[in-house]
Design a protein around this ligand. Structure first.
Ligand SMILES: [Zn+2]
Ligand SMILES: [Zn+2]
Length: 355
């Protein structure tokens, strides 16, 4: 397996972000990312997809779009469209048509910040997803650092501290979003892919004569990323590498990582049955029983979740195993101490052992 690291859900100065695509690629290279996916609000910027290089390392830029209906009241229902290769904002008013159009164009649809709280102190509203009748979307954004900020900043003092010290704030995906995800998979009996989104804007605030950059892009790119497992190493040829990246996202061959506390590269969640070895995102049969293995790149607390319930927890472990003959939706979570607290570190996509 060839692991690459990407940041997705990024705003540029085509919408409400504070950098050009070219600047973002440079920042991504600094952060050690292989790829970034920009998603400006209701605008798809054409002609920029490709590999960029400033030196030894190439960074892949994919341009997607974050689409929402501007007239929706209360606001919300933001959809990330990735890999569709065309402007799809005209379909914003009808989420199902939008999803169908994204699919028709071989793109991926991820529900952005599915659950949000308002930031009342700043008149900032919640932008949760609203229409749960929709079908055939690819997945959800499991962890969005800016949504987390809104949920844990009820007072002005908390907001200031969280804005200035994001490393002390970040704890994990919202519990409600994790439950929503488990519930969606159980109810629909189909894979729903989880990705980590940065929702980076790099807000610039003026305090008198001073300008402060809140949540700079470099911070975002080093914190919540999505690691993809590719069957082949990146070749450096854009069209084939783009295809591999989109395919890994489509099939959930990926995990959501918080890279700041410790390197997450090398995390694996695998299972063996009589047919061979499978990875996160795969759908398998019980055939002879299942032997799960979780490999962590560092000693940490690890949980195995089955059908939304924690069935095992290991502490201070690098390898965890579980043998079973029970069908279920299995996924792994890892937590690690950082800045005085145990924090969400790695969230795998599930292995789907259907009955
Ligand atoms: Zn949004
Ligand atoms: Zn956004």
């Amino acid at each position: 397996m060839n692991e690459i690291k990407l940041a997705l859900h990024i705003h540029t100065n085509y919408s409400d972000g504070n950098a050009s695509h070219a600047d973002l690629v440079k920042t991504a290279e600094k952060a050690g990312l292989n790829a970034i996916i920009t998603t400006d609000h209701n605008i798809w910027v054409s002609g920029l997809d490709g590999y960029y290089s400033n030196g030894a390392k190439q960074v892949m830029l994919l341009v997607g779009e974050e689409i929402h209906n501007r007239l929706l009241n209360p606001p919300g229902s933001h959809m990330l469209a990735i890999g569709a290769g065309k402007e799809l904002a005209p379909f914003a008013a009808d989420p199902q048509r939008l999803i169908d159009q994204i699919r028709r164009n071989e793109g991926l649809s991820f529900i952005a910040h599915p659950i949000e709280d308002p930031l009342e102190r700043f008149n900032e509203r919640a932008y949760s997803w609203q229409d749960w009748e929709i079908k055939n979307f690819t997945g959800i954004e499991l962890w969005n650092q800016m949504s987390e900020f809104k949920s844990v900043s009820p007072t002005l003092a908390a907001a200031i501290v969280n804005a200035l010290f994001p490393k002390r704030m970040t704890l994990g995906p919202l519990e409600r979003t994790l439950s929503l995800w488990d519930g969606l998979i159980a109810n629909r009996r189909r894979p729903i892919v989880a990705v980590g989104g940065v929702d980076a804007h790099e807000l610039v605030k003026k305090f008198g004569p001073f300008k402060v950059k809140l949540y700079p892009y470099l911070h975002h790119f080093k914190s919540i990323t999505t690691h993809l497992l590719l069957p082949k190493p990146l070749s450096g040829v854009f069209p084939e590498d783009r295809k591999q990246v989109l395919e890994a996202l489509r099939s959930g061959h990926c995990f959501v990582a918080y890279d700041l506390p410790a390197k997450t590269d090398g995390f694996r969640f695998t299972v063996h049955n009589d047919d061979g070895m499978f990875i996160m995102g795969d759908q398998i049969k019980i055939k002879g029983g299942l032997s799960f293995q979780i490999r962590l790149p560092h000693k940490a607390t690890c949980r195995l979740i089955k059908d939304g319930w924690q069935i095992k927890e290991w502490t201070n472990r690098e390898v965890c195993t579980h043998l079973t003959t029970e069908p279920g939706i299995y996924r792994a979570e890892a937590f690690i101490p950082y800045k005085g607290k145990l924090r969400g570190w790695i969230f795998s996509n599930p292995i789907y052992a259907w009955d």
